[in-house]
Every structure is written in structure tokens, then in C-alpha cells.
Design a protein around this ligand. Structure first.
Ligand code: FE2
Ligand code: FE2
Length: 242
């Protein structure tokens, strides 16, 4: 079978934009395992008697099924990255050990973090689906990202609703949103730097080329990142947290 490797050619227009999504994909299997475990533990710990609680439990079960299928799809994506020479096991290993440290936190804190990750993911997904500044073409990887983004937007409320049902408070949600944003931003930047540094060393990208692609991506996506920041701040506003 012919493999159009994720890493052999930049599937997303240029290498910088491609590596942005490759780095996100490296974060996802462990990140999604974290939200799956938090929501699964909540399903087991909660009292789901009553019609509305039962309906929320059903949504939570659907959420877990969707995240599990995202996880499988991104494992296959990351296998293709590995086939192109990217040291996926080492890069994913660092993400997994960082996520492992969060696994021992109390359930309410894990749920607040899961809600924060889901909220940020849904805000990013809404921007990604807006157009070619983020995703280009209709190849396998672009289609995977569009499908994943649509499902993230569709179930964006579930982790938060489950958290509120188990008593997660406003202060904890606000603190975890800040922590999650820092965690995502730092890990994404670190992974992108590692991928792009490899590309420069292998001659696939020059330093000047990297600067040009980075500037173009930053200019075209700045309004989207602005909307993500505003959406995050808006969610911290107490009137919006009810
Ligand atoms: Fe997902
Ligand atoms: Fe999700």
C-alpha cells in the first residue's frame, strides 16, 4: 500500500503549519486518555438516578466512545509520523509521563482539568474549521482533523456538565483553565520546536524558511488565537459559569 507519509511531505501547505498539527497529534493519545479516565471515573462515582442525570450519564458514555475513537485515529496518524523518521515514541513518552503525574490528583481536580482541556480544544477546533489559514487541502490528515474538530465542538459541554454534577466549583474550574492553557501552550511549543529543529538539521527547512512560514502562520491565525483567548476569559466570567 502506498503511504502518503505525514512527515515526508508537508500535507498542510507548508512545514510549519504541518508541524503545528503534528505536534498536537503527539499530545492527543495521552491527553485524551486523561479526559477519558476522568469522565469514566466520574460515571462510576456519580449518582445518576433521575431522568436528567441519566441523560447526562448517556452523554458522558458517548463522550468516552468519541474520545476513544479520536485516540485510535491519532495513534495511526502518529504511526505514520514515526514511519517518516520522527522519534514518536520518545516525544510521546514525555507527554505520557507528564500526564501520568496528573492521574493521581483528586477526581474533582481531574474533572476540572478535563473540562478546561475540552474547552480549549473546542475553542481551537472552531477556529481550525474556519478556513485555510489553519488547514489546507482535503487529504487524509486534513479530513481527520476536520472530523475530530467537529466532534470536539459537539461534545464540548459534557466534561463541564459532569464536573458540575459531581460538585466541581467555580474557583477550581478557573484555576484549572489557567493551568491547562499554560500546560497546552508549553507542551505544544516544545514539541513544535523539537519537530522543526529536526527538519532544519535534516535540510528540509532553512532557518529563513522557518521564519517566513512562522510569520505567515502567526499573521493569518492571530485573529483566531485572539478569539480563543477571549473565549477562555469569557468562560471565567462568573455569570457564564452558572
Ligand atoms: Fe478528542
Ligand atoms: Fe473532546
Amino acid at each position: 500500500m502506498t503511504v502518503q507519509s505525514v512527515g515526508t511531505a508537508p500535507w498542510n501547505g507548508d512545514l510549519f503549519r504541518t508541524r503545528f498539527f503534528d505536534a498536537l497529534s503527539l499530545l492527543l493519545p495521552s491527553g485524551e486518555a486523561f479526559v477519558i479516565d476522568a469522565v469514566t471515573d466520574a460515571i462510576q462515582a456519580g449518582d445518576w438516578s433521575g431522568a436528567s442525570a441519566q441523560s447526562l450519564r448517556d452523554e458522558a458514555l458517548r463522550f468516552v466512545r468519541e474520545e476513544t475513537s479520536h485516540q485510535r485515529a491519532h495513534r495511526r496518524y502518529n504511526e505514520r509520523l514515526a514511519q517518516s523518521g520522527v522519534p514518536v515514541a520518545a516525544l510521546e513518552g514525555r507527554v505520557a509521563s507528564a500526564v501520568q503525574e496528573l492521574a493521581s490528583l483528586p477526581l474533582c481536580t481531574r474533572l476540572a482539568l478535563a473540562e478546561a482541556f475540552e474547552h480549549l480544544t473546542a475553542l481551537l477546533s472552531a477556529q481550525v474549521l474556519k478556513g485555510a489559514a489553519w488547514l489546507q487541502g482535503d487529504g487524509r490528515e486534513a479530513r481527520l482533523w476536520r472530523w475530530h474538530c467537529q466532534e470536539e465542538i459537539g461534545h464540548r459541554h459534557v466534561a463541564g456538565d459532569v464536573g458540575r454534577a459531581l460538585g466541581v466549583g467555580y474557583g477550581q474550574r478557573a484555576a484549572c483553565l489557567v493551568l491547562a492553557a499554560l500546560y497546552l501552550g508549553m507542551d505544544l511549543s516544545r514539541l513544535m520546536a523539537q519537530l522543526l529543529w529536526r527538519d532544519i538539521r535534516s535540510g528540509r527547512l532553512s532557518g529563513l524558511g522557518l521564519l517566513g512560514q512562522c510569520a505567515r502562520f502567526a499573521l493569518r491565525t492571530a485573529p483566531g488565537f485572539g478569539r480563543i483567548a477571549l473565549g477562555s476569559v469569557a468562560s471565567l466570567w462568573p455569570r457564564r459559569s452558572a
